[in-house]
Design a protein around this ligand. Structure first.
Ligand code: FMN
Length: 198
């Protein structure tokens, strides 16, 4: 029998994949920021965002975004990116080591690629790019719950089953953020009966 006790954890980041959100700055350039508090169902994407960051301001004012999905090798760039904000001055409440960076692509050495929508640019180093448009934003205390509709999806050929639109789960190696540690996936444990790829 397991013995449980009451704890008061500082975060409930129980292990979700990491994405980097592209959004449009007031001058038309693209801001990028890592997220892990998000989920997708059909073409609905829901994202939890701190309300004071550049991404939050951008998405309130300009609804186009790209959700860039990264694989586990990119954790160091992602972690560095989490310490940069496109908001100037740095909002109060950000991490003490957070600093303003105007060109985050240059800061982490990534390559911008134009989006089909003409919205914010995609990140060439990401495996999957989901272009999306914000449909609603709910304010919950100092957080935003952003709802978006997914549009065009771009995927690295290396992880797509040839001749299909299916991502091969055996080749897609997402970066997982769990209680502020970065992981890759372990071994496959099973396959759902309705999986697209066997
Ligand atoms: C792995 C990782 C996951 C993160 N997840 C989120 C998240 O889900 N929501 C959020 O608001 N911030 C998240 N952050 C923090 C933001 O990336 C950080 O506050 C960044 O400065 C935001 O940049 P911006 O102000 O330019 O939008 C995460 C950071 C890292 C490194």
């Amino acid at each position: 029998m397991r013995e449980h006790r009451v704890i008061t954890p500082s975060v409930l980041y129980f292990g979700t994949p990491v994405a980097v959100v592209s959004s449009v700055n007031p001058d038309g350039s693209t801001n990028i920021a890592p997220i892990s508090s998000y989920w997708a169902l059909d073409d609905l994407i829901v994202i939890g965002l701190g309300a004071t960051g550049r991404t939050a301001t951008n998405l309130r004012e300009r609804p186009d975004l790209v959700v860039n999905l990264f694989e586990d090798g990119a954790w160091e760039e992602i972690d560095a990116l989490g310490r940069y904000t496109g908001a100037n001055p740095v909002p109060t409440g950000k991490r003490a080591d957070c600093r303003f960076v105007a060109d985050k692509f240059a800061a982490v050495g990534w390559t911008p690629v134009a989006s089909s929508s003409g919205g914010p640019v995609r990140i060439a180093e990401a495996s999957v790019h989901i272009e999306a448009v914000v449909t609603a934003i709910d304010e919950v205390a100092d957080l935003l719950v952003v709802r978006a509709r997914a549009g065009t999806v771009h995927a690295d050929e290396e992880i797509v089953v040839a001749g299909t639109s299916h991502i091969d789960p055996q080749r897609w190696r997402p970066l997982i953020y769990s209680f502020r540690h970065y992981f890759g996936l372990g071994e496959r444990r099973g396959v759902a009966p309705h999986a697209d790829v066997r």
